[in-house]
Design a protein around this ligand. Structure first.
Ligand SMILES: *Cc1c(COP(=O)(O)O)cnc(C)c1O
Length: 444
């Protein structure tokens, strides 16, 4: 059994996170419940920051807030000195409302609306990561109308695609994101931007994938981005003050996952960039990265209450919990694997292999297909680990389930950071047109 961060089994044989007994958390806040180990989030932030500090370079670590974007998390990112990536007006709104410094916010996305660009310019955020030509021209026009200057990065596709252990070097990347380096579109974008009146070129950005366990993909991407930077400098006389190599650093969901220590990714990226740019005698830019999953993923645990079971002799035993694809869509979306155990009886030996089902009306609503557990009873608590990233942020109201609460735990204290949804949250936005309203039946 692998315990993350401050998680441990207490004297009562129950899972404890951040010094809080999970059975008590479940009783106090209800289930399903997302529990975040605040000390572990902060440790992950510091691992990235310390690794960069050790290089002596100028840098920014931008938390990719789409992994888990709530105001309390924005506060932690700020306290730890991170910057913040947003990809929508809603995420930008959340960050600003949390008081996150606008000049450390970066806006991503392949289809930012005019309203989103206006909002970003009005808020004076740090930079906009321009994804395509439509956006480039539109952004310049909007900035012009507002007599504003906007710092921009260009999202480029270096022809490297990385997945966990493999990376693929592709000539031309078939992706909806960014300007291709290989086919010359990235170069044309910079050339165009040079002639635009209200944008300032800050540099280039590349993001090669997610849940990556090796450094080779990052090194190759760094090489290609640096080659591109040198080409741009030679041909256009533009020198980039920033190179951003994105996120995608892997975490351990199950024992099959073997992430590297954070420092090794940072080292590989900065070493590659340094070496390549030294060849070109290119002034060392600020290096940015954008971890999402690796900041919050393993700090999150979801607590569920076990309800019904269905035993099909010789086939499978289904054990159902009070959440499912609504609070964790990743198994259904990506066939993602998770580890779990009984939080209220953590020392009990495993007796059988069961499958953990969610409560939604979908055959595919399964959280874990094969899990060794003690014989369970209704009311037992199941803890599913590593649910901090892309769970709450991807949660839905399918079947009109209410989205769970989120708590941060640390030093024996639990703080609510998102309250559980109410029925009013679920149905209160509905509008019934006059003609469909229930009429009082006239009695004769
Ligand atoms: C999603 C994303 C990230 C974060 O990816 P993780 O795998 O969560 O680290 C960083 N940058 C960009 C541009 C992204 O789209």
């Amino acid at each position: 059994m692998h315990l993350h961060g401050t998680s441990q089994i207490n004297a009562a044989g129950r899972l404890e996170i951040g010094g809080c007994d999970t059975a008590e958390l479940a009783a106090r806040f209800g289930t399903p419940l997302y529990v975040f180990d605040e000390a572990l989030i902060r440790r992950r932030c510091r691992e990235f920051m310390d690794a960069f500090r050790a290089t002596g370079l100028r840098f920014q670590v931008a938390y990719a807030s789409k992994a888990f974007c709530v105001m309390a998390m924005c506060r932690i990112a700020e306290e730890e000195g991170l910057s913040l990536d947003v990809v929508s007006d809603g995420e930008l709104y959340t960050a600003l409302r949390a008081g996150f410094p606008a000049d450390r916010i970066h806006f991503h996305g392949n289809n930012k609306t005019p309203e989103e660009l206006e909002m970003a310019i009005d808020a004076k955020i740090g930079c906009i990561v321009v994804d395509n030509f439509t956006e480039l021209y539109m952004l310049n026009e909007i900035a012009k109308e507002k007599s504003a200057r906007v710092s921009i990065l260009f999202r480029v596709t270096p022809g490297v695609e990385a997945h966990t252990h493999e990376f693929i070097s592709t000539g031309q990347t078939d992706t909806k994101f960014g300007f291709d380096i290989g086919n010359g579109s990235a170069f044309r974008a910079i050339r165009e931007a040079v002639s635009l009146s209200n944008v300032d070129i800050l540099g280039v950005h590349s993001h090669i994938g997610s849940q990556i366990f090796e450094t080779d993909g990052f090194k190759l991407a760094a090489d290609r981005v640096c080659d591109f930077a040198q080409n741009v400098r030679k041909e256009l006389g533009v020198t980039f003050p920033v190179i951003n190599l994105g996120g995608g650093f892997g975490i351990r969901y199950t024992e099959g996952d073997t992430p590297l220590p954070v420092g090794q990714y940072v080292q590989a990226i900065t070493d590659s960039i340094k070496a390549k740019l030294a060849e070109y005698d290119y002034p060392m830019p600020e290096i940015w990265i954008e971890p999402g999953r690796s900041i919050v993923g393993d700090a999150g645990t979801t607590l569920y209450t076990i309800g019904s079971t269905k035993d099909i002799p010789g086939v499978r035993k289904y054990v159902s919990v009070d959440g499912g694809m609504t609070d964790n869509p990743r198994p259904a979306l990506y066939d993602a694997k998770y580890e779990a155990f009984l939080a209220n009886r953590a020392n009990d030996p495993s007796e059988e292999t069961v499958s953990i089902a969610g409560k939604c009306c979908e055959t595919g609503d399964m959280l874990i297909w094969d899990l060794e557990l003690p014989k369970t009873k209704p009311g037992d608590l199941l803890a599913v680990f590593c649910t901090g990233a892309y769970n709450y942020s991807m949660a839905s109201n399918y079947n009109r389930l209410r989205r769970p609460a989120v708590v941060f735990v640390r030093d024996g204290e639990a703080d609510l950071v998102v309250r559980r949804e109410t029925f009013e949250d679920v149905a209160g936005k509905d509008v019934v047109p006059e003609r469909l309203r229930k009429q009082a039946v006239a009695k004769s």
